[in-house]
Design a protein around this ligand. Sequence first.
Ligand code: GRF
Length: 202
Amino acid sequence: LRIAVLASGRGSNLQVIVDAIAAGTLDARVVGVFSDRSKAGALERARDAGIPAFTLRPRDFDDRATFDNVLFSQVEAVQPDLIVCAGYMRLLSPHVVEARPGRMINIHPSLLPAFKGLHTHQQALDAGVSRHGASVHFVTAELDGGPVIAQAEVPVMEDDDAATLAARVLTREHPLLRATVEAIAARRVGWQDGHATWEDQP
Ligand code: GRF
């Protein structure tokens, strides 16, 4: 499986994919890492792993559609089978998503459909929920609204703040993303008519 990763930040989820490939549990290759932020830690991690790394600055483009067209022409140039949004913090134009049904996934730090968008840990605390977590879902034009493939839960503790909760969720995000991408590479997860399909879901 040829994987392209879109990332804006530190890149710990990218690292999980890189490490699973190195460990031999994920039959894949990361063929490019793409970022909208030149200082993203993900770019550094890509270079350390010998993966081509690309930055595109949004302010160099007139509008979102133009930025996304150029970004995705660069992404397609590395011929990915799967595009993983791993902490990619920019909205995607509907047309680039709709052109790739079932080929893009995202990891989002909440139990979707709860708490879409930003500041999910604070949203969870404000709502007073006792369970929180992370979801991997297929990307559709609706922000954080595509079909969920898999989720991982954590308890919310009484003394949590957004930082402690985020840290607890992150420890579960990593194995969740790893298992999901491994399942996609093994063709145990698919996309059919806008739904995620599973064979022997763990
Ligand atoms: C993760 O919490 C991810 O779910 C969210 O942004 C964070 C990215 O972390 N969308 P990293 O850059 O993979 O370390």
